[in-house]
Design a protein around this ligand. Structure first.
Ligand code: NAI
Ligand code: 15L
Length: 269
């Protein structure tokens, strides 16, 4: 596959979309932006809902690849998750199939496997082929997205890299995030690798920096050419002093998904 130049970025108004539209042009991409909300400072961005298949057909026309970030990014009632994340992602894949887009990078989440016990004291890192154990309807929708990606590869030859993102924010803000953190710069490195690696079929990777306290195995991401450069460890001493170490007997700290397992944050809209 020739290196993609024009990339549709869905969810461009969101936190990760804002970080990536700042960083990805440095890799030579021309981004076409889409969100259900206006994208600040980007008058050419497409304002469209993932429910609108016609708008998506138009949005994907002529792009080389898609980075799919749009959707509900926290827990919500099932009906809302169904519409935005499950039907919405299906609509995007259908539009891609109809218009001949060959590569999608799907923002999956650690919450697709959130009920997996986190490794402790010398346990092996969690592999990508660990059974999916969603911790929320939100995580369930990411598990669906990974299966949808597999279906569209097997049936229609559309390649996807499903990135089970840990926590991509400018800095880690909790002790759990010391294990999950994906620095924005490493996020851009990972998306670039996912867009350009040859012959990915459907590949699932975890999306984190090279954190000292990492819980999962980055080898499938590294096989794409991803070389993380950041580590959350410089933030560890202060966060642990403020919040304490993760309590192994607290159910909110026992699994990869952390507090999403016990008390998930709710989508605000
Ligand atoms: P966010 O909530 O800040 O951004 C999501 C964007 O999607 C918003 O701008 C929203 O307007 C848009 N959106 C929601 N429903 C839509 C619809 N029906 N049609 C079109 N646009 C719609 O979330 P964030 O943090 O930027 O995450 C981006 C993606 O990455 C999400 O899919 C999220 O699940 C995933 N992810 C993010 C992680 C992170 O650490 N930021 C961790 C794991 C996964
Ligand atoms: C996610 O999937 C969310 O979209 C993001 O906002 C963070 O909460 C992240 O997981 C996390 O687990 O920290």
């Amino acid at each position: 596959m020739p290196a993609p130049r024009t990339v549709l970025l869905t969810g461009a108004a969101g936190g990760l979309g804002t970080l990536m539209r700042g960083l990805l042009p440095e890799y030579g991409y021309t981004l076409r932006l889409l969100d259900v909300r206006p994208v600040e400072g980007e008058p050419d961005a497409i304002t469209a809902d993932l429910a609108d298949l016609d708008a998506l057909r138009e949005a994907v026309r002529g792009v080389d690849a898609i980075i799919h970030l749009a959707g509900i990014s926290l827990e919500a009632p099932f009906e809302k998750i169904l519409k935005a994340n499950i039907e919405g992602t299906y609509h995007l894949y259908e539009a891609a199939r109809e218009k001949g887009v060959r590569r999608i990078v799907f923002a999956s989440s650690n919450h697709a496997v959130g009920c997996t016990p986190r490794p402790r004291d010398g346990d092996p890192l969690i592999p990508v082929d660990t059974p999916r154990r969603p911790d929320t309807f939100y995580g369930l929708s990411k598990s669906f997205g990974e299966d949808l990606a597999q279906l569209y590869w097997d049936k229609h030859g559309i390649e996807t890299v499903s990135v089970r993102i840990g926590s991509c924010f400018p800095e880690p803000t909790s002790v759990r995030m010391l294990s999950l953190w994906l620095s924005p710069a490493d996020g851009a490195r990972l998306f670039h690798a996912a867009l350009t690696a040859p012959d990915v079929g459907h590949t699932v990777v975890y999306g984190s920096s090279a954190n000292t306290r990492l819980w999962w195995d980055l080898s499938t991401a590294r096989a794409l050419g991803y070389e993380p450069r950041d580590d959350s460890e410089p933030y560890a001493a202060q966060l642990i002093a403020e919040q304490g170490e993760l309590d192994p007997d607290d159910p909110a700290h026992a699994c990869l998904g952390g507090h999403f397992v016990t008390d998930p944050p709710i989508w605000p809209h």
